[in-house]
Structures are given as C-alpha cells and as structure tokens.
Design a protein around this ligand. Structure first.
Ligand code: SME
Length: 171
C-alpha cells in the first residue's frame, strides 16, 4: 500500500513532486493516472471540496477556434457539471486562454459555474500536451482566497509531472 503524508494547508511541494513521480511510475494510462492524481491532490491539501479533471472531447457546437468542449473526467468530490464549453466559467477561461486562472472569490468571477454551492475559491490549471490543450485540472475550496501564488507554482509543478508520466489520445 502507498502511504501518503498527512494533508496540509501549506504542503511541501518539492516532497509531493517526488511522491507523485513514484505513484505514477510504470503506468501511462490516462484514466488511471488522472484518477490517482486527483486522489493524491485531494488528500494532500487541506480545505478542498473538489479536485479533478475536465478533458477535451468533440464540442456540441464546435467552432474553428474551439472544436472541443471540456468533459468531466476523474475527480474527487461531489457530482459536478458534465460539460463545459471553452471560454465558459473558470475552467473554460483557463482552457481558452491556455493559462492558470486563480480565483480568490468565485462569486466575483463573471460566468463562474457553481457546481457545488460550498465552493468559494478555485484554481484551474490547463493541461497542455505538445502545445495543445488536452483539458484542465480544477481545484475548489470552501474557503475564500485558499490558493496562494506558492500553491499555484507547486500545483503547476505537480501537474507537469502528471503530464510527463501520461499518454494522451490524439485529439
Ligand atoms: N467552477 C467551475 C466549474 C467546475 S466545478 O467547480 C467542479 C467553473 O466555473 O468553470
């Protein structure tokens, strides 16, 4: 059995990077690694109510610029909305703009999609594979201003480990 360290508000991200590398080693399957990664994050940080992936799939209403929607993938937390178009909400913004979006107060973010009314702050990091957006990794917290710049840096480093360790289907 793999023992992970206790969840922390200010985790030692360098240590978590080593742990996730060893957890994902030897498997490159997307759903396997995305499930393991979501559980690892959810149980390594305190003050979270959702952590998981939205992955790109053919859009219901594709455009030349945005041929994909974001479909919920492996996650920990309550049932979430299934499909998010690019540009919508925090997830769609991170995907469309290919950048991490850190939201201290989701109620002040225009277009925020409330999947769980308990959520008050959120961070969404795009999953970029060979320059293309393959999805996003979304983390929600019931606390206002839960995520610092240090969290952003640490979580981006952890997600980079996941991306390196995983095979993605061609979109
Ligand atoms: N709040 C997100 C939607 C996803 S849920 O939080 C899991 C958004 O605005 O994109």
């Amino acid at each position: 059995m793999f023992e992970t360290s206790a969840a922390s508000e200010k985790p030692d991200y360098a240590f978590l990077v080593k742990q996730i590398r060893s957890i994902l080693e030897g498997e490159r399957n997307l759903s396997t690694n995305a499930s393991q990664f979501s559980a690892f994050i959810y149980h390594s940080l305190t003050g979270l109510n959702w952590a998981g992936f939205y992955l790109c799939a053919a859009a219901k209403n594709p455009t030349a610029e945005f041929p994909h929607d974001l479909l919920v993938g492996p996650f920990q937390g309550k049932v979430a909305c299934a499909r998010i178009p690019f540009k919508r909400g925090v997830c769609g913004t991170a995907a469309a703009e290919k950048r991490t979006v850190l939201v201290a107060d989701v109620h002040a973010f225009p277009g925020h999609i409330a999947c769980d009314s308990a959520s008050n702050s959120e961070i969404v990091i795009p999953v970029i594979v060979n320059g293309q957006v393959a999805g996003v990794f979304d983390i929600d917290s019931p606390h206002l201003n839960r995520f610092s710049a240090e969290d952003q840096q640490g979580l981006e480093a952890l997600l980079a480990e996941f991306i390196n360790a995983t095979d993605f289907p061609t979109l």
